[in-house]
Design a protein around this ligand. Structure first.
Ligand code: ZN
Length: 299
């Protein structure tokens, strides 16, 4: 069975919808918990304008602290929205650059102020520059399975962005269900189409649980051959630039469930459950995750 990679996005996707800014020290504590859990990639934040998303204002400072502290096993990723974001990320020691284009024209304009075509041109150029500098890069198609503003997103539009990535030599590709509209048959079909485009492609999936199909979509992606999963502790989150979106699939629920299949054996589920409890305590409310509340199966 193929090994699974967990890309933990709680600090970025989970927190960006929270109005109350989490102190940098608290974030560092949560990063430490994620590191000790053994997850592979930790998304630390996004290089968005601090006024647009105040929660992400300390992204550069977090990376600088992590870089000074020295490398552990986990890779620290950062979301970059434009050329300036790449420069900021290069200056503070980002380990993996995540860049994306929305397949929804409306979502793209609200999120970046650019239409899909312009965003695609600029993001590809920025991603190529990061690759030329020897950096690890992942590119994504956001709103790949539907959009809160536009509804259905034609699969051809998603595939045409993926083809442009592949033509630019960018093979690490994530399909993000930003609004949480995906359903399992669609997930199998779309990832199946991606794997047919190139044998070099490495696929990542990113699901939000808006309509309760997050975990079903994870399994559909697994069946299609996807091995990297973007998740968030406690299922925290929602996109501030998308109408109606719930949090990501909860990291601890995905890991709990994959462990039953013999996968994610190197990940300490107890550490993830402890973190989800801490985050829930910090915000003073219950989070959508299940396993941190019910407790894991012990056999
Ligand atoms: Zn998301």
């Amino acid at each position: 069975m193929k090994d699974i990679v967990i890309h933990e996005c709680g600090l970025r996707d989970g927190l960006q919808a929270e109005a109350r800014t989490v102190p940098t020290e608290t974030k560092l504590g949560w990063i430490g918990a994620l590191e000790s859990s053994g997850v592979d990639i930790i998304q630390v934040g996004s290089f968005v304008h601090p006024e647009k998303v105040p929660q992400m204002a300390d992204t550069d400072a977090l990376f600088r602290t992590l870089t000074e502290r020295g490398a552990g096993k986990a890779v620290f990723s950062g979301l970059v929205l434009n050329e300036k974001g790449l420069e900021r990320g290069l200056a503070c020691g980002v380990g993996m650059f995540c860049l994306g284009v929305s397949a929804s024209e409306t979502h793209s304009r609200k999120n970046t102020g650019m239409g899909t075509e312009e965003a695609q041109r600029r993001i590809i150029a920025t991603a190529k520059r990061a690759v030329e500098l020897g950096k690890r890069v992942q590119v994504s198609v956001q709103s790949a399975f539907g959009c809160g503003f536009e509804g259905r997103i034609p699969e051809e539009r998603v595939l045409s962005i993926v083809k442009a990535y592949l033509e630019a030599g960018l093979t690490n590709i994530s399909l993000a269900d930003t609004a949480g509209h995906a359903y399992p048959e669609q997930v199998r079909r779309l990832f199946g189409a991606l794997f047919e485009l190139s044998s070099d492609i490495q696929c990542t999936c990113h699901f939000h649980d808006t309509y309760g199909l997050g975990m079903a979509n994870v399994y559909a992606a697994l069946e299609a051959g996807v091995t990297t999963f973007e998740t968030a502790f406690g299922g925290l989150g929602g996109c501030p630039f998308t109408k109606v979106a719930a949090g990501n699939v909860p990291t601890e629920d995905v890991v709990h469930s994959l462990k039953r299949r013999g996968q994610c054996q190197g990940i300490d589920l107890g550490a993830l459950i402890g973190l989800a409890r801490d985050v829930s305590g910090h915000f003073g409310r219950e989070l959508p995750g299940r396993v941190y509340k019910t407790g894991p199966l012990s056999y």
